[in-house]
Each structure stands twice: as C-alpha cells, then as structure tokens.
Design a protein around this ligand. Structure first.
Ligand SMILES: Cc1cc2nc3c(=O)[nH]c(=O)nc-3n(C[C@H](O)[C@H](O)[C@H](O)COP(=O)(O)OP(=O)(O)OC[C@H]3O[C@@H](n4cnc5c(N)ncnc54)[C@H](O)[C@@H]3O)c2cc1C
Length: 477
C-alpha cells in the first residue's frame, strides 16, 4: 500500500484522505491553517479560524449527489454530521402536497444534507482524526514539490517540502489546495509543463448573510430567478439558514447590496422571505464574494502527464460557480474516481496512473462540469440581457428545455421530480427518459423568456429598494 500525501484539509482533501485510508493506504494530510474544529456546531461556526478557505462562512448546500456518495462511501461522516445537527431533507419535503402530489417512493433519493459549511467540514475532520491510516498535520503549509526526472524526462514527484524546510516523502501527492491552488508554481519549480486549463470568468458575485430561524418550521431550499439577479435559500443545521443574492459583478447599482440596510430593503421585496425574516435573527452582516472563473484543468497535455506522482482533486482541478451549489459534490465524485483508479493502477505505474485518472475524471466529472458551465453561461447571459432590457434567446438546447420545465414544474409533480433529479444529482435533463405524455407537455411550452415570479421584484423595484427610494426609479423620475 502507498504513502499518500494530500495537500489541503478542506472538504475534498479530507474526503479523499478517508477514502484512500479505508483502502489501506497511509495518508498524511498537510493543512496550512493551524485551527481545528472544537465544540458543537455553533462553536465550529463561531471559533474555527480558516483563512485558507475564503468561503468558509458563506452559504453551502450539500446536494443530493454529495449525500448519496457520502452515505454509500463514508456513512460515518453523515452520522457525525447528524450528531452535530445536520439534517437530511430535500426540496420536495419542504413543499406543500398540492405542489408535490404528496410523497412518493424515490423522493428520499433527492434529500440533501443541510448544515453550515464549518459544520460539514467539522464532521469530516472529526472522522478523519479518529480514522487509522490518516494523519492530519495542521499548520503545515506545503511550499514545494520534490521530484526526480524519470527516463522520459518527465518530473516524478516523490515528496513535499513544508514551511520550515521538512520534506514529507510520498509515493503519490494529491493537490487538494482548493480554488487558489499554488500547484502551477510548485510544478514550475520542478521543471514541469503547465497543466492545460479551460477557464471562463462569468462574473457572478454573491451578497450573503446567515440567520437563525426562531420558529420551528425549517427555512426552505431554493434557487429563485428574478429579473437581473437570483436568490439562493440555503437551509442548514440548528435552524440556521443562509441567503445569497447572486448578481453580475458589472452591475454597479446592485453593489449597494453590500450595505446591510440596502440588503434588508431588497429582501423585503421577496414576498416569501418577509415572514421568515420576521422570525429570524441575523448571524452575520453581508459577506461579499466573487464566484471567480469556472475552470477545468488537466495534468495530461497531448497525452503526456506534465508530471507523474501528482494528481489533483476538488476545486483545484474542477471549479464551478457556486450559483448551483455543486462544488463539493463534484469534488466528492473526483475523490471516488481517484480511489477507484488507484485500485486499478498503483503509484508504482506512475505514467499509467496519471493518464488513467485524467481519462476517468473527464468521463465522470467532465460531464458534470460542462452541464454546470452551460447553465452558468446561460443564466449570466440572461442576467445581462435583463440589465440591458433586451430579450435573451437561450444559447443551448439544455437551457431552452430548462426554461420550459421551470414554467410548468410547480403545476406538474412529475415534471418537478424530473427537474429536481437533474439539479440535485447533477445529471442532464434527458427528456427521452420520461414518459411520452410528459415529454409532449414539456415540449409544448414556449421558452421565449425566463419565467420570473409575477409578484416580483422587477429590476426597477430592486434598484429603487437598494438605492433607498420608495418607488422604482422610472416612476420617481
Ligand atoms: C460563495 C461560495 C459558495 C459556495 N457554495 C457551495 C454550495 O452551496 N455547495 C457546494 O457543494 N459547494 C459550494 N461552494 C464550493 C465549495 O466551497 C468548494 O467546492 C469546496 O470548498 C472545495 O473543496 P476543496 O477541498 O477542493 O477546497 P477547499 O475546501 O477550498 O480546501 C482547500 C484547502 O487547502 C488548504 N491549502 C491551500 N494551500 C495550501 C498549502 N500550500 N499547503 C497546505 N494547505 C493548503 C486551504 O487552507 C484549505 O483548507 C461554494 C463556494 C463559494 C466561493
């Protein structure tokens, strides 16, 4: 069995370490941040210092895919999360029977895992700390890779240098350094070629807050589209929930949302939010974060690994905008792929391992990435059209289909389930997989424009609210 060094103890680094240790590997996780989880869920939320993860206290939803993979592969993490107050629940559980048609067999597959991000990571860290074969070294920042050239001249990584100068030897190094990974610099340091990268900055920005709901009814989960922005509702543990306005970073007027009073005025325009916020206590002010580029990288360029003895998982290699809350699910799928590929090809066949991992990652995760990117591209184009006051004809069949589905899903329980399966399990909306009558019903819908809620807010109302005016700018003028 191999000595594996994982760099980064975030969501995917820890999941990878657990999966590999369960297969008998000896895994060392290096984490630059010294802090560790202590106490209950609120203790982790309040006290755990994690400067290495800028989104640490921003809303996170663990989609059904993440929950399914965790329950199948690492059920003790789910048990720990439930012990800390995490809740298994799906959007269908939160909707009235008039909309869902009542509960049906298979609905339980669509349950997500609701917990604040520090609590999810706390559960993973607690399980990792007691798992034989996993050693977590916190406060150990990886600075460089150590490598020797193989016969073909490709650098072969066999260790990691941490700050202070110590070398941690490894048969395989896994980069799980997240969205700001420094692996390119480290690879350049051993003379390796740069990984291939596709990257597109769509320009999403998130204006987020967390609250605690003082009523016993849980906050719902939803991604709602409005004219020129979206709103994420992210329920979590201990009756807490996160809300994020998702806007375009070039939308100067909506930058006012960084002010808590402007944010409150915007929230007051959302009819369903008003009663919930009236029963809730804020846990944070507004935290603003840019989504950054959607990015997909490959460590195999023109069929050749840039280096052997090193692979990457999680945000470091596949990163999507958080507007659909998919990063950790896609990362967990990658961790499972790495575990499976290592069962097939050991680190003693390094070039084959690099190629095989790249191939399977592309087959399994590349599809999820492309689906997510297509949605993000279309939604951002729709937001830009709303800002410009022009129509947006969908740029892909998938988006046109999604528009049709969204238009009718609240009246058609089967269509609702069809949509939820694709959203929560990160699958394509495949109309060929549904009964012909339902397909005909969807295809008959027009997809001319987005179906925004008739009760608003319109963009004009939103701009007036964030600017502090009583009425839309046009009517004030
Ligand atoms: C605003 C926002 C909201 C999001 N919402 C969701 C959501 O709802 N659902 C979802 O699934 N995903 C969401 N995501 C994405 C999710 O946060 C990421 O997909 C996930 O954190 C990636 O996990 P990771 O382990 O790859 O990286 P991270 O969790 O970022 O962990 C990387 C780790 O590497 C460490 N590190 C970095 N450099 C070094 C070094 N040199 N040496 C040692 N350690 C190092 C860091 O300290 C960190 O601990 C969101 C992201 C953002 C920005």
């Amino acid at each position: 069995m191999a000595r594996i060094t994982v760099i980064g103890a975030g969501l995917n680094g820890l999941a990878t370490a657990l999966l590999l240790a369960r297969d008998g590997h000896s895994v060392t996780v290096l984490e630059r941040d010294a802090g560790q989880p202590e106490g209950d869920a609120d203790g982790q939320w309040q006290n755990w210092e994690r400067p290495g993860v800028s989104q640490f206290r921003l809303p996170h939803i663990m989609q059904a895919l993440w929950r399914q993979l965790m329950e199948r592969e690492l059920p003790e993490v789910i048990d720990e999360l439930v012990r800390l107050g995490g809740v298994r629940m799906g959007p269908l559980d939160m909707m009235p029977p008039a909309v869902t048609g009542g509960s049906r067999p298979g609905d339980e597959d669509l349950r997500m895992m609701l917990a604040r991000r520090p609590v999810v990571e706390g559960a993973l860290a607690t399980v990792a700390a007691r798992t034989p074969g996993v050693t977590i070294r916190r406060g150990a920042k990886a600075e460089a890779l150590v490598a020797a050239a193989d016969a073909s001249g490709v650098p072969h990584v066999n260790g990691v240098v941490i700050d202070g100068g110590e070398t941690v030897p490894a048969d395989l190094v896994v980069d799980a350094m997240g969205r700001n990974t420094t692996i390119d610099r480290m690879l350049a340091g051993i003379g390796a070629q740069r990984p291939e990268e596709q990257s597109e900055d769509l320009g999403f920005v998130y204006y987020c807050r967390h609250f605690r709901n003082e009523s016993p009814r849980p906050a719902p989960s939803a991604i709602l589209f409005y004219e020129g922005m979206s709103l994420l509702w992210v329920p979590a543990d201990e009756n807490t929930f996160g809300l994020a306005f998702v806007a375009a970073s070039n939308d100067r007027e909506l930058r006012a949302l960084r002010d808590v009073q402007a944010w409150d005025r915007a929230a007051a325009l959302i009819p369903d939010l008003v009663p919930l916020l009236a029963m809730s206590t804020p846990l944070t002010d507004v935290q603003v974060m840019s989504g950054g580029p959607d990015r997909h990288r490959s460590f195999v360029v023109d069929g050749e690994p840039v280096a052997t003895g090193v692979v990457a998982v999680g945000d470091s290699v596949v990163r999507t905008n958080p507007s659909l809350g998919r990063g950790s699910s896609i990362g967990m799928a990658q961790a499972c792929v790495l575990r499976d590929v290592l069962r097939e090809v050991g680190p003693d066949r390094p070039a084959e391992l690099a190629r095989r991992f790249d191939e399977v990652i592309d087959a399994v995760v590349g599809k999820m990435y492309r689906l997510t990117l297509d949605q993000d591209q279309n939604r951002m184009a729709e937001i830009q059209a709303d800002i410009a006051g022009t129509p947006y004809p969908p740029a892909s069949e998938a988006w046109a289909l999604q528009r049709r589905v969204r238009q009718i899903m609240m009246q058609e329980p089967d269509v609702l389930r069809f949509f939820m399966r694709s959203a929560l399990q990160i699958e394509a909306l495949d109309v060929t997989a549904i009964p012909p009558a339902l397909r005909a019903r969807i295809e008959a819908e027009k997809a001319d424009g987005p179906s925004y809620p008739p009760a608003g807010p319109t963009r004009a109302q939103l701009l007036a609210a964030v600017a502090g005016a009583d009425q839309p700018a046009e009517s004030v003028a």
